[in-house]
Design a protein around this ligand. Structure first.
Ligand code: C5P
Length: 224
């Protein structure tokens, strides 16, 4: 069977990664969470006091950063490693989430991440989620889905996810963070968040995860 690239882009917290993971599992494809890569770079910048305006410091930092994914055999979760250290939980914390869009604006950061992502998907057979997969990373992806949902629904879902990890965050703070990230992500000069002209729109405000997965699998079935 033909191996393809499935690109899932869209706004923050509308179910992209949950859908992408399940689609990858059904297809036996690799799942690449590109947001985790930007989060890991952000964590490195925070830990090493890299200023987002310091071009030289950023260039040096990028030479020293390696982001990889490894499957946890006990939990069956894909986990993110920064220079060999498991940072899966750390990169999901609010202090990283607060900063990640500012770091993701930097062209040198984007170039480095896009290059890595293209390498990871070179042999195809991947489901990748992010903001610019269908527009920049794999403009030739066979399936492109652009996901969105209303901001309150997204914030409530994110709050539940954080609660499951014992992090209690006020709904208003989450709404502000989502709006801020969407704004920065869609107005940046370099590979902004936008729906590719050939991507199909999926509004997840009122549908279940199973319905989201079925929607993507239908698109996939038409291409393989
Ligand atoms: O997907 P997630 O919410 O974890 O992504 C975190 C942040 O990483 C986004 O808000 C965005 O700023 C950045 N990002 C990006 N390009 C991608 C994936 C994520 O700029 N392909």
């Amino acid at each position: 069977m033909k191996k393809i690239v499935v690109a899932i882009d869209g706004h923050s917290s509308c179910g992209k990664s949950t859908t992408a993971k399940l689609v990858a599992k059904e297809l036996g494809y690799a799942y690449i969470d590109t947001g985790a890569m930007y989060r890991a770079v952000t964590l490195y910048f925070l830990q090493n006091y890299i200023d987002v305006a310091d071009d030289h410091g950023i260039k040096k930092a990028l030479e020293n950063i390696s982001v990889t994914f490894k499957r946890n055999v006990k939990t069956h979760r894909n986990e993110t490693y920064l220079n060999g250290l498991n940072v899966e939980d750390e990169i999901r914390k609010m202090y990283v989430t607060d900063k990640v869009s500012e770091v993701s604006v930097i062209p040198a950061v984007r170039h480095a991440m896009v290059k890595e992502q293209q390498k990871m998907g070179k042999k195809r057979g991947v489901v990748m989620d992010g903001r610019d997969i269908g527009t920049t990373v794999f403009p030739d992806a066979e399936v492109k889905v652009f996901m969105t949902a209303d901001v309150i629904t997204r914030a409530q879902r994110r709050q539940q996810e954080l609660l499951a990890k014992d992090q209690m965050v006020d709904l208003d703070i989450i709404i502000e963070n989502l709006k801020k990230r969407d704004h920065i992500d869609s107005t940046r000069a370099e590979s902004p968040l936008r729906q590719a002209p050939d991507a199909v729109l999926l509004d997840t405000s009122h549908i279940t995860i199973d319905e989201q997965v079925d929607f993507v699998m239908d698109k996939v079935a038409a291409k393989i």
